[in-house]
Design a protein around this ligand. Sequence first.
Ligand code: G3P
Length: 216
Amino acid sequence: MKFFIDTANLSQIKEANELGILDGVTTNPSLMAKEGIKGNDAVLNHYRAICEIVEGDISAEVIATDYEGILAEGKVLAALHHNIVVKVPMIKDGIKAIKWFTDNGIKTNCTLVFSAGQAILAAKAGATYLSPFIGRVDDSGWDGMLLIRQIANIFAVQGYKTQILAASIRNANHIIQCAEAGAQVITSPLEPILGLLKHPLTDIGLAKFLEDAKKM
Ligand code: G3P
């Protein structure tokens, strides 16, 4: 399973990259705004800066919601760097645009996926990745992990090539369950990734080893 970091914060991207386990980055307009990135040039420069830090797929999201607009924005984003993946919302014109990008060799990430039906459409259009939002499904009172398992089952049965990029990860357990369910990728903020390191028995065991090392 590949690990992407879900942030536009350059220092967190660097910290995750230095761990040596990072395979890519996902961003969205909310994450870019959170970092104070404002204006078209600043946005494009920020994507360039991320591409310089991480050697792996970097999702950059379009703002347009009409077919022509999505194509125009996506072409500009894809031209920035060979690792850019054009992130397109799960809407009718988005599906049409994903098909065009696929036919023209541009990688895509279909975002805002909340149902298996949407996942099937994204796979049919040839999306490189699709992003089901686990945490937001949980917030709505359903079960985000159930959605990941359902999509993974359908894709295995049908032989779809689109990779499940589990998003809206809120804790380390989400990451573990995604690995179990067969998601090809998770994208997570830094905290849940670092959460995988933690176990109280590791801390207790290490403290004892260090204490005993003084007696060696
Ligand atoms: O990148 C999309 C997704 O990961 C957003 O997560 O926490 O805002 O639901 P969240």
